[in-house]
Ligand binder design. Structure first.
Ligand SMILES: *Cc1c(COP(=O)(O)O)cnc(C)c1O
Length: 426
């Protein structure tokens, strides 16, 4: 079969099954086009995308400004490696550093690479600035974390599927319960070798767990007290997804100064990925101020594609779209509406027990056990009804549409979701 032949959904699925490693279990739908909040399958059926490629497509599918920047740069210069300078990386670095209010950015490609970069940065800082003895540094991570798939990252996962039979594992990590300030305090007070504390501001893959309002603020204060770096993994929560530019916000230029109860925390190390490119290209980054980033010197870290000209052009365009189209504001307003509407339905529902989230990062909990197949079957029905979503953990369905959605579209989606849930009421 030639690559330009048109394939049916079944043919495409069969090809992946036969020739691709089985490292995913996709919902059976085969897409070949996307625009804004919509995607289309190869038979031409239109869907609302309620996953947004795990929050990478916050700016909507094939945003013309992002695609335009990408194609223009692709025709001019694609890759120089960092052996030489190019005329766009510096511009991007200045733009992103000012945008997120950090002194410096270290550009990488995927989220997992950026997490690895942050961990290396933290360890080096611990030895060269904090004065921890060689090879003694430890980094605290949270239970049920998701930070990616590299050998080091899965070493501190507690998901057996992600971890089992991939050992031996990387040492130097301690797990603490998420959203448990006292447990964190105990660890910090009893161990002088802690270099950093890494957390997701909302645990996305774990099932959209939103911590208590003051958790991140108190955790950051604890880190300051013990001279420990607070590392925020905002690969999924960042770039307007939760109704602010960042879920930790810091002193960013977020439009929703009035969203009460939302933490206002400036991480020492910020990890971004996914929507940093609007889903057009793999672009990730680590941001920090000079006192931390200065430990990185020539030869200590790198990536052939990290900070390549296309990624620089794409990321600048993607970040401009977030500001120009007020996506944080839109996510905030639509998120409130989404949860309010679903809560009305849940009052009398037996199948759906709970909706939770912030901005347009939400999840519903289905009345079934973790191993049950109700959530999967609901997603199949949602697909048939024109909306694509996927269970995160057994009985939890995440809802994360592109942030360019209108109120009218969101209400239409709410009705697709509630009508679908009705099919499953007992
Ligand atoms: C997706 C994700 C990652 C990993 O990103 P990849 O680009 O898939 O490597 C890391 N951290 C969080 C919080 C994520 O959601």
């Amino acid at each position: 079969m030639s690559v330009i032949d048109k394939v049916s959904s079944q043919q495409a699925i069969d090809l992946e099954n036969k020739y691709g490693a089985h490292n995913y279990h996709p919902l059976p739908v085969v897409l070949n086009r996307g625009e804004g909040v919509h995607v289309w399958d190869v038979e031409g059926k239109q869907y609302y995308d309620f996953l947004s490629a795990y929050s990478a497509v916050n700016q909507g599918h094939c945003h013309p400004k992002i695609v335009g920047a990408m194609t223009k740069q692709a025709e001019t210069l694609t890759l120089t490696s960092r052996a030489f300078y190019n005329d766009i990386l510096g511009k991007y670095e200045e733009y992103a550093a000012n945008y997120f209010k950090f002194d410096k950015i270290l550009p990488m490609n995927t989220g997992a690479e950026a997490v690895e970069t942050a961990l290396k940065l933290c360890r080096k800082w611990a030895y060269e600035k904090k004065g921890i003895a060689e090879n003694e540094a430890e980094i605290i991570v949270c239970e049920n974390n998701f930070h990616g798939r590299t050998t080091t990252i899965i070493s501190f996962s507690n998901d057996p599927v992600a971890r089992d039979n991939f050992g031996p594992y990387t040492n130097g990590f301690i797990k603490v319960a998420y959203d448990d300030y006292e447990a964190l305090e105990k660890l910090l007070e009893s161990n002088k070798n802690i270099a950093g504390f890494m957390a997701e501001p909302i645990q996305g893959e774990a099932g959209v767990y939103v911590p208590s309002d003051d958790y991140l603020i108190k955790a950051k204060a604890l880190c300051e007290k013990h001279n420990v770096l607070f590392i925020a993994d905002e690969v999924q929560t960042g770039i307007a997804r939760t109704g602010r530019l960042l879920a930790t916000c810091g002193n960013c230029s977020c439009p929703n100064k009035d969203c009460s109860g939302t933490p206002d925390v400036k991480p020492d190390v910020l990890i971004l990925g996914k929507a940093l490119s609007g889903g057009a290209y793999p672009v990730s980054a680590v941001l920090a101020n000079d006192d931390v980033m200065s430990v990185i010197q020539p030869g200590t870290h790198g990536s052939t594609f990290g900070g390549n000209p296309i990624s620089a052009a794409v990321a600048m365009a993607a970040l401009e779209v977030v500001k120009d189209e007020k996506l944080a504001e839109n996510a905030f307003v639509l998120g409130e509406l989404f949860r309010a509407e679903l809560n009305k339905y849940i009052e009398t529902s037996t199948i759906c027990k709970l909706v939770r989230g912030k901005g347009l990062l939400n999840a519903i909990v289905i009345n079934d056990d973790e191993e049950g197949d109700t959530a999967w079957n609901i997603c199949l029905s949602l697909r048939d009804n024109g909306l694509l979503a996927k269970p995160t953990h057994g009985n939890i369905i995440r809802f994360a549409p592109p942030l360019v959605m209108t109120e009218k579209q969101l209400l239409e989606c709410v009705s697709i979701i509630t009508e679908t849930l009705k099919e499953f009421e007992i």
